[in-house]
Design a protein around this ligand. Structure first.
Ligand SMILES: *[C@@H]1O[C@H](CO)[C@@H](O)[C@H](O)[C@H]1NC(C)=O
Ligand SMILES: *[C@@H]1O[C@H](CO)[C@@H](O)[C@H](O)[C@H]1NC(C)=O
Ligand SMILES: *[C@@H]1O[C@H](CO)[C@@H](O)[C@H](O)[C@H]1NC(C)=O
Ligand SMILES: *[C@@H]1O[C@H](CO)[C@@H](O)[C@H](O)[C@H]1NC(C)=O
Length: 448
């Protein structure tokens, strides 16, 4: 009996847990730790949709898919392209002639992000690598004639950032998908002959450490074979120990099944969720893909981004910030400026962000909003506006004789006084440098 137990233990330890193709088993997999430590990622929406650069990455659908079509998209085509011009004719103009993956990776690294997620395939079905299942509708056969996924992956990893891939399960206009849909998803021709072979190929070839799944909502996970795919991913794939996935694996899965939760786009919970989550959002508030008619007023400014990031991290989330590159392979310089601004802020304040955990209290309203994070014995109070007076009151921390307060980026401890015995403190602030991010972090030790 003892021997048997020992053998069983040995088997468990040497092989690790095996997951079965059901949600109870898959949902119990612990998230690889790198993800929760990373906190900040960059999302990139890039594809044929970047060529019209109008409306959003949903342009094709709004022009020719939805009924009635969006009159703005119809007018854009009527006014700018010859009659009969079809969407696939945009592909040869997806040139990427200025695409320098090392330069992109340098910008992403300078943003302080620890992971990068690229659209390998969006709902239009165009793959940014030579998928054997997407003949002539991929970035090597046409357009850039280049392995965009592979080239960016190499540069990103070379800077020690994690590399992830976005993949849309459904494709708006794929004939096999439309056939399955017409059959009420009782057949799986698209899944068995297009989606799954392509997805396995993508994972084996590029070893993504995030699979950001999307386009799942029209059909149940049983149609997509999601649990079978995830069981393979977690048990036998080349990234089984490090990969993380989100929650978009079939109608009804969001916020319920998978790895971390995205719930909905730009999800912003009001209080601390019980499951690891990620907020994805875009610098261009109106689109994820590049828009040629983007205006300054359509963009999040840097203080808004920093506040959003801080709010997300204080509530235990990761922050995935999107930029849409141009079809010729440039990150619009205004996006680059935002990303470098985030990095400059994290350079000083990152200690309160990376590898942090939510604190007992996540926020309080003092004279300015205060967001809390914690790491080890330290807690961090992030002020997302400049206090009107050179003092700030924090009511939540319980002080002790050993309490010490620092301002990140400043060498001298700050003086403070208790508000009530062991409850709350009034901190005397030094001159707050007017950083572009407009948020400052107090580090408190010796408090509870
Ligand atoms: C990787 O980094 C090294 C040194 O930083 C550099 O010499 C090399 O060109 C880089 N390779 C790529 C693909 O970025
Ligand atoms: C990446 O960014 C970090 C922090 O901003 C910096 O210290 C490091 O030199 C950068 N690495 C590369 C390869 O550029
Ligand atoms: C898809 O799922 C069915 C069970 O629902 C299973 O029999 C089949 O082997 C799966 N196919 C793949 C390629 O995962
Ligand atoms: C702080 O104020 C904001 C805006 O008035 C409010 O939405 C939020 O609930 C307040 N938070 C706390 C913890 O009181």
């Amino acid at each position: 009996m003892i021997l048997l137990t020992f053998v069983l233990l040995l088997v468990t330890f040497t092989c690790g847990a095996r997951y079965s193709a059901d949600w109870t088993s898959l949902d119990a997999r612990p998230l690889p730790s790198w993800y929760g430590e990373a906190k900040v990622g960059i999302f990139i929406h890039w594809g044929v949709f970047s060529v019209p650069g109008f409306d959003s990455e949903w342009f094709w659908w709004h022009w020719q898919g939805e009924k009635p079509p969006d009159p703005k998209c119809v007018a854009y085509m009527d006014n700018n392209y010859p009659p009969g011009f079809s969407y696939p004719e945009f592909a040869p103009q997806f040139n990427a002639q200025f695409f320098k993956p090392e330069e992109w990776a340098d910008i992403f690294n300078a943003s302080g992000a620890k992971y990068v997620v690229l659209t390998a395939k969006h709902h239009e079905g165009f793959t940014n690598w030579q998928s054997p299942n997407s003949w002539n509708w991929n970035s090597v056969d046409t357009g850039p004639h280049r392995d965009l996924v592979g080239d960016l992956g190499e540069a990103v990893r070379n800077r020690s950032l994690h590399f992830g891939l976005y993949n849309s399960l459904y494709e708006w206009f794929h004939p096999l998908y439309l056939k399955d849909k017409q059959n009420g998803f009782k057949t799986q021709e698209f899944v068995l002959h297009k989606l799954l072979p392509e997805l396995y190929n993508m994972v084996v070839r590029y070893r993504p450490e995030v699979i950001w799944s999307d386009g799942d909502w029209e059909a149940p996970d049983t149609y997509w074979n999601s649990t079978q795919f995830l069981a393979w991913l977690y048990n036998d794939s080349p990234v089984k120990d490090t990969v993380v996935t989100n929650d978009r694996w079939g109608a009804g899965c969001a916020c319920k099944h998978g790895g971390y939760y995205n719930c909905e786009d730009k999800y912003t919970p009001g209080q601390l969720p019980s499951h690891k989550w990620e907020k994805c959002t875009s610098v261009d508030k109106l689109s994820w893909g590049y828009r040629r008619n983007m205006k300054m007023s359509d963009l999040m400014d840097l203080p808004t981004i920093i506040e959003d990031l801080v709010h997300t991290v204080a509530l235990g989330g990761n922050y995935l910030l999107n930029v849409g590159p141009t079809p010729d392979g440039m990150i619009p310089v205004v996006f680059e400026e935002r990303l470098r601004g985030v990095g400059a802020w994290l350079e000083v304040n990152g200690e309160a962000v990376y590898s942090s955990e939510p604190w007992r209290v996540q926020m309080e309203n003092s004279s300015v909003p205060v967001w809390y994070t914690s790491k080890g014995d330290s807690i961090y109070a992030i002020l997302t506006r400049k206090p009107p007076k050179p003092t700030v009151q924090l009511l939540e921390p319980k002080t002790s004789a050993n309490t010490k307060v620092m301002l990140l980026g400043n060498l001298l401890p700050l003086s403070w006084s208790p508000i009530k015995p062991n409850a709350g403190l009034m901190i005397v602030l030094p001159e707050l440098a007017d950083t572009a991010g407009k948020a400052w972090t107090l580090k408190l030790d010796g408090v509870k």
